[in-house]
Design a protein around this ligand. Structure first.
Ligand code: HMG
Ligand code: MG
Length: 364
């Protein structure tokens, strides 16, 4: 039996921890335009950021982190978030896709205030959701937020309150849940405690970030168990994997098999971690879509149990395959725009296959 088929069968036979039998398709949250681009050396112009979001919506992604209201001194790549959100193209996308979600990251009161001021100036709702973040380790918290973990938690309630008053949902990240560039191993109990606090403050979901990409399926399982023990149910969790050690897709599949309903990913594996030399980007959306689909797991990208393979081994499932190929093209396009190689393994393989096919055609 082919390895992927075997994996699909094993996944379908495994008894998940608490995945409901009528579970919805795995939700994919595309984080490339924020978490991805913020860590890329070459900044993308507002126009190209908007084009990236446009392409991602057109291929069928519905949850796309659009930017952040953070210090432009620290993260100059995100300085144009207000322009992105207010662009006519995004207005059209929101009008055409009422369920489109474009969360924005706010690190503090000041970021929330900047977003609120922008929202006040526009009659149209520019976003329905904010994201905030706290680290699981002291060292990372100090480097990324200039605060201890306790101090970082203490600044969150006013952000929750302001978001609530505006009817904005709040998604919370916990960074460095499995390893920290300054402290090494992170006790999953610490990450679970931070996740629980953020859930209690009102987050509808907590995204657990393996920011430096050291996690393996066993570590993720321990972390999810600690979360359950701390009172964070698995259906409130999103898996945010990075691929530094090549284990991100395995981690995603394992988390999903354990009942995690949401996966964060980034087109072309955009991103990295400024404090961790050698850390690669977020797991790529192309790789996640491919792995889920070929394992028989419906996702928000391909919600129906889909008849054909994305590898075009037969003629079935053409519509989904076309969108998948367009997603891969978006990854190629943005990689070229920022002048780096495509970080998606699947994206590279699809490009290679297309080149071969084009060469074959040319020979005929
Ligand atoms: P601070 O406590 O004010 O201290 O902000 P600071 O010294 O870092 O402030 C620097 C300057 O930024 C000051 O201006 C502040 O007023 C200003 P100055 O007085 O020098 O003229 N400032 C701001 N400007 C605009 N918008 C704001 C804002 N806040 C302060 N919201 C803080 C500390 C951490 C908030 C700030 O340094 C900052 O915004 N840093 C960037 C943080 C960031 O975006 N990190 C990346 C996100 S986390 C992440 O990516 C991981 C995650 O994706 C998960 C994963 O991948 O695993 C979530
Ligand atoms: Mg990330």
């Amino acid at each position: 039996m082919r390895p992927l088929r075997l994996l699909a069968r094993q996944l379908s036979q495994a008894a998940p921890l608490s995945r409901p039998t009528n579970a919805r398709p795995v939700k994919i949250v595309e984080v490339g335009p924020r978490d991805g681009l913020q860590n890329e050396k070459t900044p993308l112009s507002t126009e190209l950021k908007v084009e990236l979001i446009d392409r991602l919506v057109r291929v069928g992604l519905n949850d796309i982190e659009a930017g952040s209201f953070v210090s432009p001194k620290w993260v100059p790549q995100m300085a144009t978030t207000a322009e992105v959100l207010t662009s006519p193209t995004l207005a059209r996308l929101r009008a055409e896709n009422p369920s489109l979600s474009l969360p924005c990251l706010v690190p503090n009161d000041r970021g929330m205030h900047a977003l609120s001021t922008l929202l006040d100036k526009h009659a149209e709702p520019l976003t329905n959701e904010v994201a905030l973040f706290v680290a699981a380790s002291k060292g990372f918290s100090r480097a990324n937020l200039n605060k201890s973990v306790a101090e970082a938690l203490a600044v969150q309630p006013p952000i929750f309150e302001a978001a609530k008053q505006r009817g904005l949902k709040v998604r919370a990240y916990v960074s460095v849940v499995l390893g920290c560039p300054f402290e090494g191993y992170v006790d999953p109990k610490k990450a679970a405690r931070v996740a629980k606090e953020l859930l209690d403050m009102g987050a509808y979901e907590v995204s657990l970030g393996d920011t430096i990409g050291v996690g393996v399926p066993r570590g993720w399982e321990e972390l999810l168990n600690e979360c359950e023990r701390a009172g964070v149910p698995v259906d409130k969790v999103a898996a945010h994997c990075h691929d530094t050690y090549g284990t991100a897709v395995a981690n995603v599949l394992h988390c999903v098999s354990l009942g995690v309903p949401t996966v964060d990913s980034s087109v072309a594996a955009l991103g990295g971690c400024p404090y961790s030399p050698g850390a690669t980007g977020n797991v790529s959306t192309e790789d996640v879509v491919y792995a889920l689909h070929e394992s028989g797991i419906p996702s928000s990208f391909l919600p129906e149990p889909h008849p054909g393979s994305l590898l075009a081994w037969n003629d079935r499932g053409r519509e989904g395959r076309t969108r998948f190929e367009e997603l891969c093209e978006a990854g190629e396009w943005v990689s070229e725009a920022i002048g780096r190689t495509n970080g998606s393994r699947v994206g590279k393989a699809v490009r290679g296959r297309k080149q071969r096919e084009a060469q074959k055609k040319a020979k005929l």
